[in-house]
Design a protein around this ligand. Structure first.
Ligand SMILES: Cc1cc2nc3c(=O)[nH]c(=O)nc-3n(C[C@H](O)[C@H](O)[C@H](O)COP(=O)(O)O)c2cc1C
Length: 164
């Protein structure tokens, strides 16, 4: 399995850790969005992107700049899968909202978004990252459900592999 990038932004390290768990499933190294050249993204078959939701519904700050650049890319040949970290109790009405911002920009750039994920098993009340009863990507909550992270990652990776 080649031509896959796992990219993350992270403030306090949790998204970075989950990115490493996901990257391991694809035998690649995860990369910090702050360190990569966004212009390289269209060369990948699949780009897996992760962000925590911060500041009550916002994307992690390194993604802000990157999303402006992604807007100008042509991702018509690229599949994008998104994972988002959040806290479903403390931020129940903005849970993993930032996944929606990544999805919107990538979709506008022509990417196909894969890896939608069921909302069952979470206790939030609202999320912008929900569409047609599903999350736009993998929702991870290391504050409330850390014990579920590895099994969610394992299952999601299988789902993505089946979509390639
Ligand atoms: C100030 C602050 C605001 C947050 N806002 C949200 C939010 O709106 N929605 C959410 O789901 N999680 C929110 N979170 C929770 C973080 O997304 C969560 O702690 C995440 O695991 C942090 O990832 P990181 O360690 O990669 O930065 C917030 C956390 C902090 C500290």
């Amino acid at each position: 399995m080649e031509n896959i990038a796992v990219i993350y932004g992270s403030d306090s390290g949790s998204t970075q850790k989950v990115a490493a768990q996901i990257a391991e499933k694809f035998n690649v190294s995860s990369q910090d969005i702050a360190d990569i050249d966004v212009d390289d993204l269209p060369q990948y078959e699949l780009v897996i992107m992760g962000t925590p939701t911060v500041n009550h519904g916002e994307v992690q700050s390194d993604w802000d700049y990157a999303l402006n650049e992604i807007e100008d890319l042509d991702l018509a040949e690229t599949k994008v899968a998104i994972f988002g970290l959040g806290d479903q109790l403390e931020y129940a009405d903005t849970f993993v909202d930032a996944m929606a911002d990544l999805a919107d920009v990538c979709e506008d750039a022509g990417a196909e978004i894969i890896g939608q994920w069921p909302t069952e098993g979470y206790e939030h009340s609202e999320s912008r990252a929900e569409e047609d009863g599903q999350f736009l990507g993998l929702a991870i909550d290391v504050e409330r459900q850390a014990n579920l992270t590895q099994q969610r990652v394992d299952k999601w990776a299988e789902l993505l592999k089946a979509s390639l």
